[in-house]
Design a protein around this ligand. Structure first.
Ligand code: GLY
Length: 364
């Protein structure tokens, strides 16, 4: 088992990563248990993982609270239902709730934990690649509202994160590929050596080779932990790097109405391809790097441009979505651009009209 520490002084916490960890979760959870019980809010599709956790935590009163699978649970109604369950259970501030599931469950449970009695603890046990390498770490929690995705939320760091790569064995291929896009993101923003390793080991990762998956997860989580420790609340620009590909990607997701037509990771892959090519157009990035990345994403079965998910939106339509980006400040939308593989940076001088024209020229 590997441990990555998130260095946040009083909010510091460990991320344990290891094959078979879920079956041994009783030990790391034990010091966080109060009143001899622990509430587990779990994705109803993760009933098998709940059983494994129950066996691992024998001797504890494990109280399951089921959450319906799918993005619809990350809503006012889903939040109200979960918060009511936690209050009915008379959860105390010193207790932790376990979030067992993918990004939807992690975001929802984390947000509920941040507001119940002004905040109780949360332990994240992510069960998808995307949530293992991204959303379970760093304390971003949220629900979606009619005005947009993730617009209501809080920073609420978990007390512990447990990542067991073995649970990915049953993840559908499409979700594995989508989660992999976030792994590639860490390489593109700051680690050219990791990119070379991913390029050499892509087939092993897609074949779910345990050692390759574990290395990809550990490297990603280390990168994320370092960024979060440096800029917990995304105020200095460091954490903003984690949004590489996301401004383009969110516009594509918005165009699908945030439907399954394009999974978040697929949109991020397309967004990263676009960010690389836009950077080439602006004379910032070697064309060869953008081509290499597009080829890598294609090999991973991921989209690389605005035609992702069969979309055919105009540049102006996509730019209009970008204008509503929640990271907009002073009327400007911050963009993550690239000087090459491993060298992303935050640009504040990007004009949406220029991006729209680029999108109309780009054919991927
Ligand atoms: N997923 C981006 C972040 O955690 O900041």
């Amino acid at each position: 088992m590997m441990t990555v520490d998130v260095g946040l002084a009083t909010r510091a916490y460990p991320i344990h990563i290891g094959s078979g960890l879920l079956a041994q979760a009783g030990k790391p959870i034990a010091p966080l248990v109060r009143n001899g019980r622990i509430v587990v809010a779990y994705d109803r599709n993760c009933a098998d993982h709940l059983d494994t956790l129950r066996n691992a935590a024998r001797g504890l009163d494990l109280i399951p609270v089921a959450i319906a699978p799918g993005e619809a649970s990350k809503s006012w109604a889903g939040l109200q239902a979960l918060v009511s369950s936690l209050l009915d259970l008379e959860i105390e501030r010193s207790e932790c709730v376990i979030a067992l599931g993918g990004g939807v469950v992690g975001d929802l449970v984390g947000f509920a934990a941040s507001i119940v009695k002004r905040g109780c603890g949360v332990i994240q046990i992510p069960t998808t690649l995307l949530s293992q390498v991204d959303s379970s770490v760093g304390g971003k929690t949220a629900i979606n509202v009619p005005q947009g995705k993730n617009l209501i939320g809080a920073f609420h760091q978990p007390r512990l994160v447990l990542i067991d790569p073995d649970v990915l064995g049953t993840l559908p291929d499409r979700e594995l590929r989508a989660g992999y896009a976030e792994v590639v993101k860490y390489a593109l923003i700051g680690d050219a050596g990791f990119y070379d390793w991913l390029d050499a080991n892509l087939d092993r990762i897609m074949a779910r080779d345990p050692a390759a998956l574990e290395h990809a997860i550990v490297t990603s989580v280390r990168a994320k932990a370092a960024v979060v420790a440096a800029d917990e609340h995304e105020t200095t620009g460091v954490r903003a790097l984690l949004n590489f590909g996301h401004t383009f990607g969110h516009a594509l997701e918005a165009e699908t109405g945030f439907s399954d037509r394009l999974l978040h990771g697929e949109a991020v892959a397309a967004g990263m391809g676009l960010a690389m090519r836009y950077s080439v157009e602006r004379g910032l990035c070697p064309a060869d790097d953008a081509e290499k990345v597009a080829e890598h994403l294609r090999r991973a079965g991921l989209p690389t441009g605005a035609r992702a998910g069969g979309l055919n939106a105009t540049g102006a339509t996509l730019a209009a979505h970008m204008a509503h980006d929640k990271k907009r400040e002073g009327g400007r939308v911050p963009f993550l651009l690239s000087r090459g593989i491993g060298a992303a940076f935050l640009a504040n001088d990007v004009q949406l009209a220029d991006v729209a024209a680029f999108l109309d020229r780009d054919t991927a």
